[in-house]
Design a protein around this ligand. Structure first.
Ligand SMILES: NC(=O)c1ccc[n+]([C@@H]2O[C@H](COP(=O)([O-])OP(=O)(O)OC[C@H]3O[C@@H](n4cnc5c(N)ncnc54)[C@H](O)[C@@H]3O)[C@@H](O)[C@H]2O)c1
Ligand SMILES: [Fe+2]
Length: 862
């Protein structure tokens, strides 16, 4: 397997050698993938033990080879990379199922990445090698290391020790390899090698950039430049010791080390005095210049000679004398932000040199810290010392670093596990600011391909009904029991004219009754606003809606906007896919006004439903929420006796459509099915009788009950495409809602019974059962039919007969609409229907082109 790009390496022997490393790593990775968790954990254990046993000699080797840092601290780093890492990893699962969420029915299954190319930094050559080797083994990845040229020997040794110890416990041969050639060409060749799956870089900005440019999955973590803000509320003595521990740690050759202290004016002198007392030394201006010159060349590049040197060495190199025991050199830096930005020592100083800035205010202090991060430390680490929580919050909000340590040292703190519960790591993600994909303390999860096994889960359903429903002749008596100080009757002028309001008045327990009757069929937003004003003034604690669906819907909206005047109709009417996830928020608090619905038609079911259909700017807008459900429904069939035949037919067909649509809806449940079947049964029997003889009280009673029962069903299962079409056509041509439903009913039944072009995604709807359920209606109602198809046809036939019997228009011409005008409006109507929320619960997904076809079907006699 060779590199994908034209290799810059021309020496065939070298190419062969490099390909050999990758080939062996791939073989190791294949063997690795077969290992189980137990074996992996045994390997990790063996590697950790070997690492611990060699922590001291590896530190010695690193000291000898690099010539900088602090031996004792290098030992500590090696312990963190083994002991702390092991403590974190020991009970972590990295093979097979590694996580399970029973509630969400989700499992995580881990897979290794394969072959990792791991770049090591000069700053922590052995600890990072130990860390990356152990994490790679824990995740069953083979890793090829590229050590820093000046620290290759000690890294090689560390890796050899771990490979040997690991192999004895089952680690595949060549799982850990080192390619020590220091040339960039070799790195480039490997960066683009097809056999390398992932690059994991710890290094300077150039290494991170090259990693990101290699064009394959990677994790590059780069340099830091940690600012530390000491607020006036800080615990000075603790802060000073923390800072000294941390800044002297391995002579500061560690990327999260403190770099500049920004000290509140109020405590500045105390902090500096305490630092000096504890062994720091403040530099004068000439000494600061000398340090700046030896730390960086004139172009601002780090001078390797100064890296990780002791204070005494640095002073000697700078030509000034200091006490042998000096721990840290403090370089006063300008408080002026522009001057601070221009100062060479604003950068990361990988040596025991700390900038100090006197800060006049919290704003300035935080701004200075932000400025420091912008000089090479974005994404990495920062710290704040304060007791004042608001200062901590402001700092955390402003400073863009992946780790913000509070009252703790950065160098030792960021590695995790010592001063806090951060994940132990030698790979500190720097976020996008630092060219990393994460701000994590990188560890095993970043080296796994985690597969999510998600089992099918249908959300639980519900069946919600209003608390009280009174029905059958005489139900109106129930009004008397309702306690009320002041009543507002909401109705329309016709209903009032027919005496229904007087009938209600007679049964109310109080004479304090006002009437609002300024409503018309298909209520508009303006009518609602007028009603709200009347309700506001009336101070009523009870609203009784007396009339058809239009009146009841209006009353629902009037109560809503009376109780919550600041709600926006536009937001409430926002479309939604799933009621449980909708964006629109309806207030879910107890009503201050009770709403009692007294329907005078037998159709809409609005007396029990959570829906209110309004007409806004010529469009039907449906508000749906259970907070809209009336508190009580009084289904008094005697109030429907006055309906003329056409109204009886229209409203009855509306109720039938509710039941038929809810029955096949994607939200249908055994609960709603039971209600649908009874409603259909009652309507098929009673509607022709009520139509033929309006005075037939039994037929009226059956119809009134059927409409409410269907309402209970669609309140929970909702409707479908038939209603979407009816709303569009009704609004455009001013057709009564039930008539508009009847126009499409035969066509929609057959449309839903056919194999869908597109299914509606619905976890609760396990198979396409609509055709079967139509047949079930026939069987349950005793219409017969030996096969499913025959049964279904019989049911459809019964519906057609009923529509015929009650004189439902079958074409637009029957409705008095010019077919040409209608045909010209089809595109617009299809889009209006498509936007209608009713359509979302239809069993098959109505495509716009299908909506056009359904609309076209009612132009000509079928
Ligand atoms: N909220 C819901 O759940 C829901 C469900 C379906 C339909 N709707 C809506 O309901 C409205 C249709 O309601 P509707 O079909 O009851 O008609 P309607 O309320 O629009 O009334 C139509 C006409 O019939 C008159 N009327 C009412 N009762 C009468 C009676 N007993 N005798 C003589 N005339 C009477 C009314 O005064 C009115 O003039 C539409 O806006 C529709 O969108 C709402
Ligand atoms: Fe309806």
């Amino acid at each position: 397997m060779a590199a994908t790009v034209e290799a810059p390496i021309t020496d065939p022997a070298l190419v062969k050698r490099l390909d050999g490393y990758v080939e062996r790593a791939r073989t190791a990775a294949r063997a690795f993938r077969r290992l189980d968790q137990e074996t992996v954990d045994a390997i990790v254990w063996a590697m950790v033990v070997a690492g611990l046993e060699h922590a001291v000699d590896l530190a010695e080797l690193a000291m000898q080879e690099t010539g900088f840092g602090v031996f004792e601290d290098k030992v500590l780093k090696n312990y963190i990379a083994t002991e702390f890492l092991y403590d974190y990893l020991k009970d972590k699962r990295t093979v097979g199922v590694i996580g399970e969420d029973l509630e969400r029915n989700i499992q995580e299954v881990a897979e290794p990445i394969g072959v990792i190319l791991g770049l090591l930094p000069i700053t922590n050559p052995t600890s990072t090698a130990l860390f990356k080797s152990i994490v790679a083994a824990k995740t069953r990845n083979a890793i090829i290391f590229r050590p820093s040229a000046r620290a290759a020997g000690c890294a090689e040794r560390a890796i050899a020790i771990l490979q040997e110890a690991g192999e004895a416990a089952g680690l595949p041969p060549d799982a850990l390899q080192v390619i020590p050639d220091p040339t960039l060409d070799v790195s480039q060749y490997l960066f683009h090698h097809r056999g390398v799956d992932f690059i994991w870089t710890t290094g300077g900005p150039k290494a991170v950039q090259a990693t990101n440019e290699a064009g394959k999955p990677c994790m590059g973590v780069g340099p830091g430049n940690a600012p530390v803000y000491l607020h006036a509320s800080a615990d000075v003595r603790m802060a000073v010791v923390d800072i000294l521990i941390s800044k002297t740690f391995d002579a500061s050759v560690i990327c999260p080390a403190e770099q500049t202290l920004v000290i509140d004016d109020a405590i500045h002198d105390d902090v500096v005095a305490e630092l000096e007392r504890m062994g720091a030394r403040v530099l004068d201006a000439a000494e600061v210049d000398a340090i700046a010159r030896l730390a960086f060349d004139p172009d601002g590049r780090v001078q390797v000679t100064a890296l990780g040197q002791s204070c005494a060495n640095l002073a000697a190199m700078g030509g000034f004398g200091i006490g042998e025991d000096t721990k840290v050199l403090l370089a006063p830096l300008p408080a002026d932000l522009a001057e601070l930005a221009a100062h060479p020592l604003v950068q990361e100083k990988l040596m025991p040199v700390l900038g100090i800035v006197r800060s006049p205010s919290v704003e300035h202090g935080i701004a200075a810290c932000e400025l420091v991060t912008e000089h090479g430390g974005l994404g990495h680490t920062s710290a704040v010392y304060a007791q004042d929580e608001s200062v901590i919050a402001r700092f955390a909000d402003a400073v863009r670093t992946g780790r913000i340590l509070v009252n703790a040292p950065t160098a030792v703190g960021a590695l995790g596990g010592v001063y806090n519960a951060l994940t132990p790591t030698f790979s500190l993600g720097c976020g996008t600011w630092g060219g990393s994909t994460t701000t994590d303390n990188v560890n095993y999860r970043n080296l796994l391909n985690i597969k999510v096994v998600s089992r099918r889960q249908a959300p639980p359903q519900w069946f919600r009904v209003p608390s009280d429903t009174y029905f059958n002749a005489g139900a109106i008596e129930a009004l008397r029991q309702i306690p009320a100080a002041q009543v507002l009757v909401v109705t329309d002028a016709d209903t009032e004219g027919r005496g229904a309001v007087d009938e209600v008045r007679r049964h109310l327990g109080t004479p304090a009754v006002r009437v609002f009757s300024d409503l018309h069929p298909e209520p508009t937003e303006e009518e609602i606003r007028a009603g709200v004003q009347v309700l506001d003034q009336s101070r009523a604690d009870l609203v009784v809606a007396v009339g058809g669906g239009s009146v009841i819907d209006a009353a629902k909206a009037i109560r809503l906007f009376h109780e919550h005047p600041h709600l926006s109709l536009r937001e409430l009417a926002l479309p939604f896919l799933d009621a449980r996830k909708r964006v629109a928020q309806y207030p879910q608090i107890a009503h201050t006004v009770r709403l009692v619905a007294v329907p005078t038609t037998a159709g809409t079911g609005s007396e029990v439903s959570p829906a209110a259909v309004l007409t806004v700017a010529g469009r039907k807008v449906t508000l749906v929420d259970y907070s809209l459900v009336p508190d009580m429904a009084v289904v008094e069939p005697r109030l429907t006796l006055s309906m003329p035949p056409a109204l009886t037919a229209d409203t009855g067909v509306d109720a039938l459509t509710h039941a038929l649509e809810a029955y096949v809806s994607i939200f249908a449940s055994p609960y709603t099915d039971a209600f649908c079947l009874q409603a259909i049964n009652l309507i098929l029997g009673a509607l022709p009788r009520a139509f033929a003889d309006g005075a037939d009280l039994q037929a009226r009673t059956d119809m009134a009950n059927a409409a409410t029962i269907a309402g209970l069903a669609f309140s929970n299962a909702f409707v479908g495409v038939n209603h979407a079409l009816a709303h569009a056509v009704g609004a455009r041509f001013g057709i009564a809602h039930g008539r508009a439903n009847g126009l499409f009913l035969s066509h929609v039944l057959r449309y839903n019974a056919a194999i869908p072009t597109k299914f509606m995604p619905a976890p609760g709807y396990s198979a396409y059962v609509a055709p079967e359920k139509y047949a079930q209606i026939a069987w349950v109602l005793g219409l017969g039919g030996h096969s499913e198809e025959i049964a279904r046809e019989r049911m459809f036939g019964r519906v057609d007969e009923l529509l015929q019997a009650v004189g439902m228009p079958r074409t637009v011409a029957d409705l008095g609409i010019d077919p040409e005008v209608f045909a010209a409006a089809i595109d617009e109507l299809a889009m209006a229907a498509f936007r209608d929320p009713s359509l979302r619960t239809n069993p098959r997904m109505p495509l716009v082109v299908e909506l056009r076809r359904l609309l076209a079907a009612v132009v000509e006699p079928g």
